[in-house]
Design a binder for this molecule. Structure first.
Ligand code: GLY
Ligand code: MN
Ligand code: MN
Length: 427
C-alpha cells in the first residue's frame, strides 16, 4: 500500500454504513482575463490522493470508492499538458471506480443515493455547495422509489485530525522545506545591503526556493524594513532599506506540499543599535522559553498565556508597562505591543488544520503535532507615549516545533537567531 492508499483505507474505516466522504480538488483560479494563477492543489485532496491535477473528485464510503479526473482529450493535452486519466488514477489509488469529471453529474445520483450523512467541506466553494444541494433535492424527489438523499451534511473534521498528527514521512518533508527555508534566510543575512528594496530580498527568497524545486513560499513572503515590521501581514515589499533599520523577514518554503514558517529579524547595517538589541534580546529570550513549553500533554493555550506573561515582565523591566502582571494580562494592556497569538499548527497549510479547543477547553499537545512558536513585540511608529528610540521597531522570532515525547524538536534550528551569529553574518 502506498501512503495515499493507506490514508484512504483509514478514512474508509472511519466511515459507517450510510456515510460518505466527498472531496473536490482545486480548480484553476483566474488572475486576469485569460491568465491563471499558478496551480496549487487543495491540501485535503492532495493528502488523500497525491494528485496535483485540477478539478478531480474523490468519493468514499466504507465499501466503495471512486475517483473522477479530467478527461483525456488530445486537444486539451496539447495546450495544457498530459492528464492523468481516470484509469491510472483508479489503479494508483486502488479504488473501485474511475470516471471522467464529465461523468460526475450523472454518476453523482448513483453514488449519493441512500447515503444519510455526507461528509463534505461546505462553505469553501459556493458553486459546489449549490450543486450538492441540488443533487440532494433531486434524490429526495425520488422518495416514492424508495430512494433518498443525504439528510445530514457534516464537515469531515476527522480528516483534519488525521492531518494534525504528522507521520515520520511528513516530518521529513517539513524538515526538507525547513532546510530550503534556511538557505533563503541565510542568503538574506549575507546579501542584504542598505539601499536595496524589499522586493529584491523577496526575489532572493524566490531564487533559493524555486532553485530547490519548491512550489514557492507556503504563503506570501513578508519582507518588512523598519516600521513596516509593525504591519503584521505586510506584503507590499516595496520600500527601500535604510541604514540602522531592522528587517523582519517572515517566509517559509513549500516543497512537496509541506511548508515551513519562519521569521527572522536582522539589522540593515552590520550591528543592532542598542534599543533594537534590548527588544531583540527580550523577544529571543521569551521565544526560547516558549519553545521549551512545547511538550506532550501541555495545553496549547498555556504556551500563549505563559509567553504573554513573560513578555509583560520584559516590557515592565523596560518601563513600557506598569502595574501588576495579572492586571496587565486581564486588562489586555499588552496587546498594544503584542496583538497576535504565540503559535499555530503547521503542515500542508501554513495555518494548518486541526482544532485548538475541544469542548471549550484548550487541547493538549500530542506527539507528532507541529506548532510554530512566534512571539513578537511591535512599537507603533506614531504612538507618542512610547519612547522615541523604540518607535517603529517590530520584532518577531518564529520557529517550527515538533511535539515529541522527550523534548521539543526545533525543525528550523539551523537558521541563526543569536545576535552574535547574525552580526557576524552581517559583516
Ligand atoms: N506567516 C504567517 C504566520 O506567521 O502566521
Ligand atoms: Mn506563523
Ligand atoms: Mn510566519
Amino acid at each position: 500500500m502506498n501512503i495515499y492508499q493507506n490514508r484512504i483505507s483509514l478514512v474508509q474505516k472511519k466511515l459507517m454504513e450510510g456515510e460518505a466522504l466527498l472531496l473536490f480538488a482545486s480548480s484553476h483560479q483566474t488572475k486576469n482575463r485569460d491568465v491563471e494563477y499558478k496551480f496549487r492543489q487543495d491540501s485535503d485532496f492532495y493528502y488523500l490522493t497525491g494528485i496535483n491535477e485540477s478539478d478531480g473528485i474523490l468519493f468514499l464510503t466504507e465499501k466503495t470508492s471512486a475517483i473522477f479526473t479530467l478527461p483525456k482529450i488530445k486537444e486539451r493535452e496539447i495546450w495544457t499538458g498530459i492528464r492523468l486519466g481516470n484509469k491510472k488514477a483508479k489503479k494508483e489509488l486502488n479504488l473501485e471506480f474511475g470516471f471522467d469529471t464529465t461523468e460526475w453529474k450523472e454518476k453523482s445520483f448513483e453514488l449519493l443515493k441512500n447515503i444519510h450523512t455526507l461528509f463534505y467541506f461546505y462553505g469553501k466553494n459556493l458553486e459546489r455547495d449549490k450543486e450538492i444541494l441540488s443533487i440532494i433535492e433531486n434524490l429526495n424527489q425520488r422518495s416514492r422509489n424508495g430512494e433518498f438523499g443525504p439528510e445530514k451534511i457534516q464537515l469531515p473534521n476527522f480528516l483534519h485530525e488525521m492531518r494534525l498528527i504528522k507521520s515520520d514521512e511528513e516530518i521529513d518533508l517539513i524538515l526538507e522545506s525547513a532546510k530550503i527555508t534556511a538557505e533563503g534566510h541565510m542568503a538574506l543575512f549575507k546579501e542584504t545591503k542598505v539601499g536595496m528594496y524589499e522586493y529584491e530580498l523577496e526575489s532572493i527568497l524566490d531564487r533559493e526556493y524555486l532553485s530547490s524545486g519548491c512550489w514557492g513560499g507556503g504563503y506570501g513572503h513578508i519582507v518588512a524594513a523598519g516600521k513596516n515590521a509593525c504591519v503584521l501581514h505586510y506584503t507590499s515589499n516595496n520600500s527601500q532599506i535604510k541604514k540602522d533599520e531592522l528587517i523582519l523577514v517572515d517566509s517559509g518554503a513549500e516543497k512537496n506540499y509541506y511548508t515551513a514558517d519562519v521569521t527572522r529579524v536582522f539589522p540593515s547595517s552590520k550591528k543592532f543599535t542598542s534599543p533594537q538589541k534590548d527588544i531583540y534580546e527580550l523577544v529571543l529570550d521569551v521565544q526560547k522559553k516558549a519553545i521549551s513549553y512545547v511538550t506532550t500533554g501541555t495545553e496549547f493555550f498555556e504556551i500563549h498565556k505563559k509567553t504573554v506573561y513573560n513578555l509583560i515582565e520584559g516590557l515592565k523591566s523596560l518601563k513600557l508597562l506598569k502595574g501588576s502582571v495579572d492586571k496587565i494580562f486581564e486588562k489586555e494592556d499588552y496587546k498594544k505591543f503584542y496583538m497576535h497569538k504565540t503559535g499555530h499548527w503547521l503542515g500542508m497549510d501554513v495555518h494548518d488544520v486541526g482544532k485548538y479547543f475541544i469542548d471549550g477547553k484548550s487541547r493538549k499537545l500530542e506527539n507528532g503535532m507541529i506548532t510554530t512558536i512566534e512571539p513578537g513585540l511591535y512599537f507603533d511608529p506614531t504612538d507618542k507615549s512610547i519612547p522615541k528610540h523604540f518607535r517603529g521597531i517590530g520584532i518577531r522570532i518564529e520557529d517550527d516545533i515538533l511535539v515529541n515525547e522527550k523534548k521539543p524538536i526545533n525543525l528550523t534550528f539551523m537558521i541563526p537567531k543569536e545576535i552574535s551569529e547574525i552580526e557576524s553574518l552581517r559583516s
